[in-house]
Design a binder for this molecule. Structure first.
Ligand code: UP6
Length: 259
């Protein structure tokens, strides 16, 4: 699949969410996901409105917002429609099926009602996927499995990653891809989203490690690059987002070129 274009994959996939994502990526010519890890509603909405035209996915950590109210999610959904991007709540669920059901569908956040994408760890076993599916599938949402992480000295082993891929293959009605550092299988057309992307530094002071868009997309086979601080901390987030969008798109164009 790494040589196929997003458009071709949109046409071939039976999964409606994958189809929607690849289609809008092809249409907007962007494989950039903005990780919007700022902590006030005002900042998030302003950035989402300005950067919306250049991104395919907006990734949130809703539990870091200081002044969260549920109406924020409705404003974000309006921007998602206006600019044609998907919303991904990076919740990294990690509990038993019965608990994640309540965490995903309920509480003050009601994540399943506004985020068409969320993710989970597979450490607890398949029950976590079943719990999330029981809330999300009927809403047309999809799940990404954490198969690898960007942080230094993480405890993900290759065996754990392989078992996570096997779980994804067994649950393709709801699992449509991975958070990973590499493309992991040719067996199905999954979406690979890769965090830890930065053009100007290799690491932060708390264990984050970074690759360039060229490495993530061109060498490691990512479909979507996830970029946070490099963009929202820059003095000019719009031109910075354009820079990452172009870098990600160029790497993809080279990867899929058949010349
Ligand atoms: N994230 C990672 N690495 C992973 C999984 N998720 O960095 O393996 C998330 C972080 C953050 C974003 O929670 O929201 O991706 C990366 O942000 P940054 O670009 O500012 O480092």
């Amino acid at each position: 699949y790494s040589k196929q274009t997003y458009q071709e994959r949109a046409e071939q996939t039976p999964n409606a969410l994958t189809k929607r994502l690849f289609s809008l990526m092809a249409e907007k010519k962007t494989n950039l996901c903005l990780s919007i890890d700022v902590t006030t509603v005002k900042e998030i909405l302003a950035l989402a409105d300005k950067l919306g035209p250049y991104i395919c996915v907006l990734k949130t950590h809703v539990d870091i917002i200081e002044d969260f109210t549920y109406s924020f999610t409705q404003s974000l959904l309006e921007l998602a429609i206006k600019h044609n991007f998907l919303i991904f709540e990076d919740r990294k669920f990690a509990d038993i099926g019965n608990t994640v059901k309540s965490q995903y569908g309920g509480g003050i956040y009601r994540i399943a009602d506004w985020a068409s994408i969320t993710n989970c760890h597979t450490l607890p076993g398949p029950g976590i996927i079943d719990g999330l599916r029981s809330i999300g599938k009927s809403r047309g949402n999809g799940l990404l499995l954490l198969a690898e992480m960007s942080s230094a000295d993480n405890l993900f082993s290759s065996e754990y990653t392989h078992k996570t891929v096997a779980l994804a293959l067994e649950n393709r009605d709801f699992v449509f891809g991975f958070i990973s550092q590499h493309k992991l299988t040719d067996k199905a057309d999954f979406v690979y989203m890769t965090p830890g992307v930065n053009l100007s530094t290799n690491s932060d002071s708390l264990g984050q490690t970074y690759n360039t868009p060229e490495t993530a997309v061109g060498v490691n086979g990512a479909d979507v690059i996830i970029v946070g601080r490099a963009i929202y901390n820059s003095p000019d987030p719009v031109s910075c987002a354009v820079k990452y969008r172009n870098a990600g798109w160029n790497a993809y164009s080279l990867r899929t070129s058949r010349l």
